[in-house]
Ligand binder design. Structure first.
Ligand code: SAM
Length: 473
């Protein structure tokens, strides 16, 4: 969800008034001193998991004595945490490195490339971009302290590229950028073999963290003042407790929701194959579990779904949606769609459009198919012309825009509780999110940040709502 480019520099929190320094030191930090006096900057591309990986990498650096800075110009170490889910995303890091080489005296800085493009390109990175000293895929993050020690001792060709791991990236300190919502990875890697997707090749095999470790971290987050937790995984609902307790994913959700102090719990991304009715029952039973499910369908045609190796048909998927719609609570639904997948016909595409009309999602993230190296689909042939992909994407987005306008209009006059995550001091506006993940703007200021407010909707657009504050009762 929210898969388009996300960029955060270390120390540039989301939802804070310009330039504010975040209060993120939720755990005590004992610096090892190895990097004392040195500074770092991380730029992150891609999904929430990458954003959170960067928060953990930043924690490792801070613990070694490095200090985060807001601008790459001021940093001794610059890290790019990359995304290769689509070709365009993968190219970003190369354009950054090119621009950077022209603009600054790169030789004085250590440049590292982390994440999916690092894993995909491997050793070739050192040839393609000789200014790069560190190449490290996410499956090797547990080795990061060793890799940094090699950098500190002067090695300028350091790599962590093994995918053969059973370890999760556990950190003693995580430097979270968001003060209000804490990301928390519960499962790393991916064992699915969706024909279009590069993730299993870049993030390694599935590894679940134990239920007890997850609950302990939630408790620490609550103690540090966080009230919202977002559980993360490429396939978050494939989580299985590796410990003897053997909790199911739904059981984990219930237990996280019961942690004292936690008022909101979200989870992403769910795969329809593992989406079971007990997840809906858990949401129905625990008010802290948000009224929101992101369930990527990818396509509305069962033929395309079979070619994608998604493991479900259109009918199977609609049964899961039916189960969500029968919940006692009104649960907001969002999805991901790929248009122009190999051999997608006009009829196939039309089935995606009818699926959108049938389900009536509150939000859709849609993408043109982009062939990725080493995936099954890279062998199928990228048969749908670019202009047809563009046409289908625009048509689909217009259908969805109308659905969202219509659905949002039914909310005018209703009152919602929002967690205030940001504000625009110049406009006198605060920005909050409802439990169903809708953005709601209302008159407010920085005093509202981090608070829960009651807001009545007065007008709507396709992507956000506008409202006014009402008395709490
Ligand atoms: N692991 C999740 C799953 O399988 O549902 C989501 C992973 S991905 C970070 C987010 C979205 O990017 C996918 O749901 C899919 O819609 C899109 N995507 C993945 N590979 C793609 C590709 N090769 N071309 C275009 N979009 C792609």
């Amino acid at each position: 969800m929210g898969h388009d480019l996300i960029q955060i520099g270390a120390g540039q929190p989301q939802g804070l008034p310009g330039g504010a320094v975040p209060a993120t030191a939720e755990f005590a930090i004992a610096s090892t001193g190895a990097g004392t006096g040195k500074t770092f900057y991380i730029e992150t591309f891609g999904c929430q998991m990458n954003v959170h990986d960067s928060e953990k990498v930043a924690g490792v650096l801070v613990q070694r004595g490095y200090r985060p800075v807001h601008r790459h110009e001021d940093a001794d170490i610059i890290l790019y945490n990359t995304c290769s889910i689509r070709e365009k995303a993968a190219q970003k890091v190369f354009s950054r490195l090119g621009a950077f080489r022209k603009a600054t005296s790169a030789e004085k800085k250590i440049i590292g490339v982390l994440g999916c493009v690092a894993q995909q390109e491997g050793d070739r990175f050192f040839e393609r971009a000789p200014q790069v000293s560190l190449v490290c895929g996410s499956a090797s993050y547990p080795q990061l302290p060793d890799l940094l020690a090699q950098i500190e001792s002067g090695n300028r060709r350091v790599k962590g590229l093994s995918l053969d791991t059973e370890d999760c990236f556990e950190t003693e300190f995580t430097r979270r950028d968001n003060r209000f919502r804490a990301y928390l990875t519960i499962i790393e890697g991916c064992d699915q073999r969706c024909a279009f997707c590069v993730v299993p090749m870049t993030r390694g095999p599935e590894r679940s963290r134990s239920g007890a470790k997850i609950i302990a971290e939630c408790q620490r987050l609550a103690d540090a003042g966080y009230t919202e937790i977002q559980l993360l995984g490429q396939i978050v609902n494939a989580w299985r407790d590796p410990s003897a307790a053997r909790w199911s994913f739904a059981e984990l959700l219930s237990r996280v929701a019961e942690v004292p102090g936690i008022r909101r719990v979200r989870f992403t991304t769910s795969h329809p194959r593992y989406f079971t009715p007990d997840i809906v029952q858990a949401i129905d039973s625990h008010p802290a579990l948000c009224d929101q499910i992101h369930l990527p369908v990818q396509a509305g045609s069962s033929d395309v779904l079979a070619r994608m190796s998604r493991g479900y048909s259109r009918e199977d998927y609609l049964e899961k949606i039916d189960c969500v719609r029968k919940a006692r609570r009104a649960i907001s639904l969002s999805t991901d769609i790929i248009v122009g997948f190999c051999s997608e016909s006009d009829e196939d595409f039309e089935k995606t459009v009818t699926l959108l009309r049938e389900v009536e999602y509150d939000q859709v993230f849609s993408f043109k198919f982009s062939p990725r190296p080493n995936t099954a689909a890279s062998e199928f042939g990228d048969t749908v012309p670019e202009e047809v992909k563009s046409f289908r994407l625009a048509a689909l987005q217009e259908v969805q825009r109308q659905i969202q306008v219509r659905r949002n209009q039914t909310l005018v006059g209703q009152k919602f509780e929002v967690l205030v995550e940001g504000c625009h001091p110049r406009l006198g506006q605060a920005v909050g999110r409802t439990t169903s993940n809708r953005v709601l703007n209302f008159p407010g200021d920085s005093d509202d940040l981090g608070s829960y407010r009651q807001v009545r909707v007065t007008s709507v657009g396709p992507n956000s709502l506008v409202g006014e504050r009402v008395e709490e009762n």
